[in-house]
Design a protein around this ligand. Structure first.
Ligand code: SF4
Length: 522
């Protein structure tokens, strides 16, 4: 699956970028137009008001099949205030821009309903549309392959590369290839993979996974990127000017693109009616990956298929607006067949999607178009960083997809949510995300996947909530305790909730007793 490309914290293309003219930029180096600072991501990126460099917090610790502890990694992220503040503000900025775009389209809710209906129809006729796509792609001169899982996907791609004697592969960002562990597989078989999306390349050089489906390096400060480039590209570690960093990346990557043996892209939408694929990017790097080398391979998750070309308009109108708050991606590329004299392969990948389709409460998660809006709005995600989830997908959509890959390993993730429902409200394809998160919690409880502390707390809450008199007595005692106990008795290491929060003062009287005293007789 090919997602939108990163714009953080630098948006210059890896192929044709230009430096701002001297004297046109304000002191922080961001560009201006007609006397106004640009409002896109580059314009919003600004140096932090701090002279000391804060080390970048790293993601969750992964130990084989052990349960991922998101809260531990989130605590470390919160303990790095510069990173946490930037991350929170940056993503909230995207959320606000998304709101602005949404309000400018009166038929937004109709579009959402239509997008959801198209996806649900396609998913319930998936075999039919996939076969139609294959037939039409074949007729366009495209070789179509089917992969049951990530391992098979990697083997197929390796086989194609081996048959062509290819040793270097340029690729644009694809969450599907992240699912498949593609880069590490290719490293094992001696193929050099070069990510061409700027954010993804930063993550590749830093040996980290993407932390967001659209903006993969959004958790990094510009100083972090300067350190990565200094180590791998030989730039000045003290120079964190975003334009200089983008230019350094452009200079380093351009020759690799021009001399690569093969190119790879993902796919945002595969159109059954035409056999073509559509790839949405902001850097144009998918076009380079698809067209510069003679050999193009596209990795496509089977849920990416849509029936007709006219349906594309619905999704294209919503994708970038939801993702970055921009009306459309800079590049919306339609690829129907190999370039003249070239060869094109499409690998259709299942990797657990058929099994997810059979899950009664969770199958609609396959409607996801990977816009990232649910992540941008989520208060937990914004303050804990995507790498704290220790999985391919993070944020609200991750909480409902990751357990389908490994129920035990990701059993704690559905609890990393406040269930406020904002994710469901912003989702352009109307996935009931917060309800599915709640449903996963029930599955985990039934499967005995809760920790001892959580189980004990939930059991106690269950008893209290089932007995109103007991509940009121407990609330009254808790209120008195909060008002009377010394601070150390409330805020200690046993109270994880209170580590970062202050309990508000308890009211003198509960609403229930006030109501009983004042209104119950009337
Ligand atoms: S679940 Fe919805 S909001 Fe979240 S990434 Fe997918 S399409 Fe976007």
């Amino acid at each position: 699956m090919k997602d939108l490309q990163s714009d953080v914290p630098i948006t210059m293309e890896a192929g044709v970028g230009t430096r701002p003219k001297e004297g046109t930029a304000p002191a922080d180096g961001s560009p201006v137009k007609n006397g106004r600072r640009l409002q896109h991501a580059e314009g919003a990126s600004r140096p932090l008001d701090s002279s000391s460099r804060e080390l970048q917090p790293r993601g969750a610790q992964i130990r084989g099949n052990h349960r991922v502890d998101q809260t531990e990694a989130a605590e470390r992220f919160i303990a790095a205030p510069q990173h946490e503040k930037m991350h929170d503000e940056r993503l909230w900025d995207l959320r606000q821009k998304r709101d602005g775009q949404m309000h400018a389209i009166p038929e937004w809710e109709e579009l959402r309903a239509l997008a959801s209906a198209i996806k649900e129809h396609t998913l319930t006729h998936l075999d039919q549309y996939l076969e139609q796509f294959e037939q039409n792609a074949n007729a366009n001169g495209v070789h179509v392959h089917w992969a049951m899982d990530g391992e098979e996907h990697n083997r197929i791609v390796h086989g194609i590369l081996r048959d062509h004697g290819a040793k270097t592969l340029i690729k644009s960002k694809s969450m599907l290839t992240e699912e498949c562990g593609f880069r590490s597989y290719m490293a094992r078989v001696g193929i050099e993979v070069i990510e061409t999306d700027l954010g993804e390349r930063i993550q590749q050089l830093d040996n980290e996974d993407p932390s967001h489906v659209v903006v993969p390096a959004v958790h990094k400060l510009r100083g972090d990127v300067a350190q990565v480039f200094a180590t791998h590209l030989g730039t000045d570690p003290a120079d964190d000017n975003v334009h200089h960093l983008a230019e350094a990346q452009r200079q380093a990557t351009r020759p690799l693109i021009l001399h690569a043996d093969a190119g790879m892209t993902g796919c945002n939408f595969a159109i059954a009616e035409t056999g073509g694929i559509t790839v949405c990017t902001n850097e144009g790097n998918a076009d380079l990956s698809a067209n510069v080398p003679n050999l193009h391979i596209a990795s496509v998750g089977i849920e990416k298929v849509i029936p007709r070309l006219e349906h594309l308009a619905v999704f294209v109108r919503m994708l970038s607006r939801s993702a970055l708050g921009s009306p459309i991606t800079q590049y919306t590329s339609h690829i129907r067949g190999p370039r003249a004299g070239g060869e094109m392969h499409v690998v259709l990948v299942d990797n657990g999607r058929s099994a997810r389709l059979a899950l009664d409460k969770f199958w609609t998660s396959l409607k996801c178009i990977r816009c990232g809006a649910c992540m941008n709005t989520c208060p937990v995600y914004r303050r804990s960083g995507g790498l704290s989830y220790g999985a391919t997908y993070s944020g609200p959509i991750g909480l409902i997809i990751d357990p389908t890959f490994n129920r035990h390993k990701y059993s704690a993730l559905p609890f990393s949510s406040t269930l406020n429902g904002s994710c469901s409200n912003v989702c352009p394809v109307k996935i009931n995300i917060h309800e599915q998160i709640g449903a996963w919690r029930q599955v985990m409880a039934k499967n005995h996947e809760l920790t001892f502390v959580k189980k004990a707390a939930m059991s106690a809450a269950g008893v209290l909530l089932a007995h109103p008199a007991l509940y009121r007595a407990a609330i009254a005692s808790a209120d008195s305790a909060l008002n009377g106990l010394p601070r150390f008795a409330i805020y200690n290491r046993l109270n994880a909730w209170g580590k970062h929060r202050q309990v508000p003062h308890a009211p003198r009287e509960s609403f229930h007793s006030w109501y009983k005293r004042n209104r119950s007789a009337s």
